[in-house]
Ligand binder design. Structure first.
Ligand code: PLP
Length: 498
């Protein structure tokens, strides 16, 4: 189809300007000839035209502020606007990363307090806010596990156990950290196959086990019922336990991973703690550790360097270098804007509030699951955490795939769930409603899903040719990936976007 929003170049008209440059108060000089590129033809447009153009473009994007976004594993909850107010306080937003510590005590207080709150939520001894994403936190965690073993002179522990339901970042992290993955199967309930785990822990690989990475609740949205046994088996074999905490939205106030026996975990502040995410923008994959791994935390880490003299005074905070640190993984001090937002979020909710968040996230997921279970096949149909998986095979509509259902949902104004993940469920649709949605919104989604199941049987081409109402129709995803078009030149020359 022809993409019908004109390009900014197409609304350009000679002589229109959107800015008034101040009178030049320095001597004019010629630009070097090779810097002048007449063919670039900058658009000539007024301010209002520019505003309308970019506002229209921005409205083509789907966002949580526009509608329901049940993208499983991503926790697309509402990002409260008060977080944005707090992040924009001049005292925060105006800081420079090179400010000396004396002049940023307020910011350090926020970071220190957030570290402690996160440690409290999950039962760990210490938290570092340094990593910039979940995967980055995983990387920090696995490097800490590696260094822990090396520090004890145990050089043979180079392997990490990863269940086959894991998020793709888990095995990728292990490989990036220079270690090897031992993949574990799941049993018919979707839990880790304990016999397979026992075989590895008691077999010839025992001396090579550095640890295990596991997501709780799992990527199927299920609480791992054998978790205490798993932790014990891996610890007995000499390994450490890494929890992928991206799904903490199901656990706050309910279970503390540190108390279950985990040694290290990452949090996704851009999921559970409502800082914005998507588009590869700044995130925060804070890591929490127990006392074994605390000396290995990445640096810089915020601590009290001089206690307060009186109770009503603040201590002196500073960036410190943990004793056996794995070092620096990122420039400066992490994404501070994310720290202020997560601080505001936790401060606004309080401990009881976070407990309510998780209870409602779990309730909402179970409500949607119970309403859809007679229409769609739910492979592991038991009480779920904050999300659940559908296997999108519909009897009487064999030609329909998960992707067709997702594309059709867009016509109903709903962002599709996660497709084809976790990999162990064929035609998977992973649905995570989050706690911030009303029952009315959940009911609209349920109705749309039921209506689509009917359409699949009565008029399957409606699904296979969807979406019908979007500015861009169904993309050839393979061709889009293999023949990337990254600039608008072909379109400007009168081409089309398919
Ligand atoms: C989102 C997610 C990650 C990765 O987090 P990023 O911030 O995207 O790097 C890891 N594991 C699970 C289970 C996730 O849902």
């Amino acid at each position: 189809m022809k993409y019908n929003e004109p390009l900014i170049y197409e609304i350009s008209s000679p002589g229109r300007i959107g800015v008034n440059l101040p009178v030049c108060d320095v001597p004019e000089s010629e630009l070097p000839a090779d810097l002048i590129r007449d063919e670039l033809g900058l658009p000539e447009v007024g301010e209002l035209q520019v505003v309308r153009h970019f506002v229209k473009l921005s409205q083509l994007n789907y966002a949580i502020d526009k509608g329901f976004y049940p993208l499983g594993s991503c926790t697309m909850k509402y990002n409260p606007k008060i977080n944005e107010d707090v992040a924009r306080y001049t005292g925060f937003a105006g800081l420079h990363p090179m400010n000396d510590e004396d002049s940023i005590q307020g910011a350090l207080h926020v970071m220190y307090t957030l570290q402690n709150w996160l440690a409290e939520v999950s039962g760990f001894d210490a938290v570092s806010l340094h990593p910039a994403a979940g995967a980055h936190g995983e990387f920090a965690g696995i490097l800490m596990i590696r260094k822990y073993h090396l520090d004890r002179g145990d050089v043979s522990r180079t392997k990490i156990l990863v269940p086959n339901s894991a998020h793709g970042t888990n095995p990728a992290t292990v490989t990036m950290a220079g270690m090897t993955v031992i993949e574990l199967p799941s049993d018919h309930n979707g839990d880790v196959d304990l016999e397979a785990l026992r075989a590895v822990c008691e077999g010839p690989e025992r001396e090579h086990i550095a640890g295990m990475m596991i997501t709780v609740p799992s990527t199927l949205g299920l609480f791992e019922r054998g978790i205490l046994k798993i932790i014990d088996m891996v610890h007995q074999a000499g390994g450490l336990m890494y929890m992928d905490g991206a799904n903490m939205n199901a656990l706050m106030g309910i279970v503390k991973p540190g108390e279950l026996g985990f040694d290290v975990m990452h949090y996704n502040l851009h999921k559970t703690f409502s800082t914005p995410h998507g588009g590869g923008g700044p995130g925060c994959g804070a890591v929490g550790v127990n006392s074994k791994l605390k000396p290995f935390l990445p640096m810089p880490w915020v601590d009290i360097v001089e206690p307060a003299d009186h109770e009503d005074e603040y201590p002196l905070y500073g960036f410190v270098k943990p004793e056996k640190t794995i070092g620096r993984l990122k420039a400066f001090h992490g994404n501070f804007g994310m720290h202020t937002r997560a601080y505001a979020y936790i401060r606004a909710y309080g401990g009881e509030g976070l407990f309510e968040v998780s209870k409602h996230a779990v309730l909402n997921a179970n409500y949607v699951r119970s309403q859809l279970k007679d229409t769609y096949k739910i492979p592991y149909n038991r009480a779920c955490g904050h999300e659940f998986v559908i296997e999108a095979h519909l009897d009487g509509a064999e030609s329909i795939h998960a992707l067709d259902i997702s594309k059709r949902l867009m016509d109903y104004g709903i962002h599709p769930p996660t497709n084809y993940f976790p990999l162990i469920v064929p035609e998977a649709l992973l649905i995570e409603p989050t706690e911030t949605e009303t029952k009315e919104t959940l009911d609209e989604f349920i109705d749309a899903m039921k209506q689509i199941a009917r359409e699949a049987k009565e008029n399957p081409s409606l699904l296979t040719s969807a979406p019908h109402t979007m500015p861009v129709k169904r993309l050839d995803e393979v061709r889009a990936a293999k023949q990337l078009v990254l600039c608008c030149a072909p379109i400007m020359k009168g081409g089309t976007v398919e």
